[in-house]
Design a protein around this ligand. Sequence first.
Ligand SMILES: [Ca+2]
Ligand SMILES: [Ca+2]
Ligand SMILES: [Ca+2]
Length: 149
Amino acid sequence: MLESEGFLAFPSVNRFCTAPSNRTGFLCDDRVTCIPSSWVCDRVSNCRNGEDEQEKLCGDLPHSLPGYLVFLCSNPRSWIYADQRCNGMNDCGDCSDESGSLASCPPCGWEWWSCIPVRYEYCSCIPRRLCRDGVQDCLDWSDEYVCRP
Ligand SMILES: [Ca+2]
Ligand SMILES: [Ca+2]
Ligand SMILES: [Ca+2]
């Protein structure tokens, strides 16, 4: 359990934290700032001292990252950041981060409409703002004829 939570990379510090919108995050050295997982190793310093971009973390992605920041897609060659799991977007490319048993996401929230999307970027629901916008987003056209924005 300790290894999977990243204690090996940070023997003395547990940097797990919860970023805004309930996303899995990374705690900066100031012990207050919690940045979303996907801001780690994105080549932009988000922590004051740049500790989110240090070589020890980013040298061998994703293995150099603590496990809680990483979600492994069902395709063994693909991985995403933990905060990209269950965010409605098809980040793995095969929807294993949204509709797979690995991800075990809750059902689409009220701001989403459940259907089979026609666009690759969504998996099992589309954002409600796409309802009645004059463009087909669901295979069955329910976004244009049933859904209310
Ligand atoms: Ca960063
Ligand atoms: Ca996703
Ligand atoms: Ca639409």
